[in-house]
Design a protein around this ligand. Structure first.
Ligand SMILES: [Zn+2]
Length: 209
């Protein structure tokens, strides 16, 4: 208990998502069932999801299924519309730029605008379970903050660096109807779709009509 209080103080109101990651992730996914992943072209991925208003057992069960699906597809983040659910929820299990693992869930996330001096762009490779087998370099700020709610509806703040910052931005984008390929040049987008067409996902996907 004392440790928790200390962490919260030094964490400046940001959620502590680096402790007991293995046990927490396992508990979620053992309660849940993996579902197939929607892919680019499925309408649920290309529109803004609905705000969550009911913080009930149904939401908790959705989060369990999202952790199970994320693990089955070997992802580091997953948005609800990637398993076909039109609600603003994402889960993550992702290392930051120091290799520290972050595990958690954000409901109704809003990405915070950064002051210019914090916008240091990193052009690492990015991929998405909904664009299977494709990767492309995409410049994004190497630091991100997301404000939202936890599964009980309490306000939370999450922040991250490096790959985890990329994840927070990528997953929030999903819930507003954007895929990372929507942020690429026409040529790079076309190349990513070609990679996808030529590859075979290692996890179950939802066929598009
Ligand atoms: Zn994605």
């Amino acid at each position: 208990m004392a440790q928790q209080e200390t962490d919260e103080q030094v964490n400046d109101g940001f959620v502590v998502d680096t402790e007991d990651c293995e046990a927490r992730e396992l508990a979620y996914r053992e309660r849940g069932t993996a579902r197939p992943i929607t892919v680019v072209g499925n309408p649920v991925l290309h529109k803004e999801c609905k705000d969550v208003t009911e913080f009930d057992d149904k939401l908790a069960a959705l989060i369990d299924d999202m952790f199970a699906s994320q693990k089955a597809a070997e992802g580091v983040g997953l948005a609800a519309n990637q398993i076909g659910v039109d609600l603003k929820v994402f889960v993550y299990d992702c290392p930051d730029d120091e290799g520290v693992r972050h595990t958690g869930v954000v409901v109704n996330p809003v990405l915070q605008e950064l002051p210019a001096e914090r916008r240091i762009l990193d052009d690492s490779n990015e991929g998405c379970l909904s664009v299977p087998t494709a990767y492309a370099s995409l410049a994004r700020p190497d630091y991100a903050e997301v404000h939202g709610q936890d599964a009980q509806g309490n306000p939370i703040k999450v922040r991250g660096t490096g790959y985890f910052a990329r994840c927070l931005q990528h997953e929030t984008d999903h819930l507003y109807g954007y895929l990372y390929i929507d942020r690429l040049s026409k040529r790079d987008r076309k190349d990513a779709l070609k990679q996808m067409a030529e590859g075979t996902p290692r996890y179950e996907t939802v066929p598009n009509d």
